[in-house]
Design a protein around this ligand. Structure first.
Ligand code: UD1
Ligand code: CA
Length: 469
């Protein structure tokens, strides 16, 4: 694209039909706000600057997108899509770009390729405006696109303002336009709120351009989903479903084995390599990465987790902000909390929780453990039921366990504490003092055995006495 292009994204509307206190563009689909999807499509093109018109819950919307190099303009109160451009007029005029791309903030299924072809047609036809349209079987509440005999767009009429004949038109306005800035700006002050909603409609600009003898073109998107605007919670769920289907289809095309795409949720910023296997009901969120050969699920949720090649995360695990190295095995029923790191070929078994803990290469914590603030070397065995007592009610203290140590079952390690390399800790111990390398530590009551005790008690009972032992 030769000419420079700037963009305005409309995100000020109240979203009344969502019946929600939250701004519509902050509602989430596939783990990201609606506006995020739209901005990604816009910013994948050579478009600069990008101005976002905010109004309803402006502070929250600006905060959610701060530090992203966006310009914000406030429209308060929002009085229609035309009014949104009126308030952005100075920002638009301040930039020399010849073409203005206007995109609704509530159309998250829009694809970059579609924007590109809209801009391409706009430039090549030298039109005053070019809009994106789709053809719908049920055009519902969308603005109807009225074409003249020359095939050009004559006007857009909102469904609620349309005649019966106009309402039967199935080509609708997607709310995405390219404008010639020099021709658009002079028309904005002339918009009139003469419609059913008493709002300033951007769509009226099309009729005004035509009356002024300018040309208006339309690009019809082949996939009608691209124009799906989110206006209700029901539409949000429809759009979420399509986003999810697209995402899993892309991954399968790239060689990721999804056993049950319908129950698999994968966020926008997740990376999954070819030959990874995602079993049913797997949810991957945030910046999670899954390397080749890893097997995840069923019923697993990973948030900002890095899973190494060939590792497995078995049934019913939750992992957040952690690293699992190649060949390690997690679960079933494990919980890895932030800053945990499981070394290559290590094993974290059922009902084990790790917090801020490093488990060395090939080490094992197979059953029923809590390991917090611990640094555990390679080749260590942690017996069933062993826990670190890392918290005394005020401060968190570290536990260190050296290479090759063997910690027996049901051991309580009271931190701060170190267990040396190759040391042994007997089952059932409460360990409060450091254990040197190679030592055996026992911290439990000595066993007492009273031979014949049961029989003696029975005899005493018969004689009417009570046994107090
Ligand atoms: C709009 C179009 C309609 C089109 C449809 C496509 C108009 C008048 N109508 O209708 O032809 O078929 O989109 O989805 O433009 N917004 C503001 N300020 C406002 C009002 C809205 O920034 O004062 C923003 C909203 O946040 C939203 C976008 O503009 O992101 C569209 O507004 P919405 O009220 O959803 O318009 P529709 O009624 O869907
Ligand atoms: Ca809409």
């Amino acid at each position: 694209m030769a000419a420079s292009i700037q963009a305005v994204v409309l995100a000020a509307g109240r979203g009344t039909r969502m019946k929600s206190a939250r701004a519509k563009v902050l509602h989430q689909a596939l783990g990201a706000p609606l506006l995020e999807h739209v901005l990604r499509a816009v910013r994948s093109l050579p478009v600069d600057p990008v101005t976002v018109v905010v109004g309803h819950q402006a502070d929250a919307v600006e905060a959610a997108f701060a530090g992203r190099g966006l310009r914000f303009v406030r429209q308060d109160p929002p009085r229609g899509t035309g009014h949104a451009l009126q308030v952005a007029r100075d920002e638009i005029a301040a930039h020399p770009a010849k073409t203005l791309l206007v995109v609704s903030g509530d159309v998250p299924l829009l694809r970059p390729e579609t924007l590109l072809s809209l801009l391409d047609v706009h430039e090549r036809s030298r039109a005053a405006a070019t809009l994106l349209t789709v053809e719908l079987d049920d055009p519902g509440a969308y603005g109807r696109v009225l074409r003249g005999t020359d095939g050009q767009v004559r006007a857009i009429v909102e469904a609620r303002d349309a005649s019966d004949a106009e309402r039967r038109v199935r080509e609708v306005n997607a709310g995405i336009y390219a404008f010639d800035v020099a021709l658009l700006l002079p028309l904005l002050p002339g918009l009139q709120p003469q419609n059913d909603q008493g709002e300033y409609y951007l769509t009226d600009v099309i009729g005004l351009l035509r009356s002024a003898g300018r040309s208006v073109h339309a690009v019809k998107a082949s996939d009608p989903a691209e124009a799906l605007g989110v206006n209700t919670v029901g539409e949000l769920s429809e759009v979420s479903l399509i986003l999810r289907e697209r995402r899993v289809a892309d991954l399968m095309a790239a060689g990721v084995a999804l056993e049950d795409p319908a129950s698999t949720h994968i966020g926008l910023d997740v990376t999954v390599e070819a030959d990874a296997v995602l079993r049913p009901y797997t949810i991957l969120e945030g910046r999670t990465t899954v390397a080749s050969g890893a097997v995840i699920g069923p019923f697993v949720r990973l948030v900002d987790a890095q899973i190494g090649a060939g590792a497995q995360v078995l049934d019913h695990c939750l992992l957040r902000e952690c690293v699992v190295e190649a060949g390690a095995s997690i679960g079933p029923f494990a919980h890895l909390r932030p800053e945990s790191h499981v070394g290559a070929r290590a094993k974290v078994g059922n009902f084990v929780e790790l917090k801020k803990t490093r488990l060395g290469e090939g080490s094992k914590a197979p059953h029923l453990s809590y390991l917090g603030d611990a640094t555990i070397g390679p080749g260590v065995n942690i017996g069933a039921g062993t826990i670190t007592c890392n918290y005394d009610g005020r401060t968190k203290s570290p536990t260190e366990i050296g290479a090759g140590a063997f910690v027996g079952s049901d051991v309580t390690l009271v931190a701060p504490l170190s267990v040396g390399a190759g040391a042994y800790v007997g089952a059932g111990s409460v360990i409060t003092e450091d254990v040197p390398d190679g030592a055996l530590a026992l911290g439990r009551a000595r066993q007492v055995v009273k031979v014949g005790w049961a029989e003696a008690r029975a005899r005493q009972r018969e004689e009417g006495k009570t046994t107090r032992e």
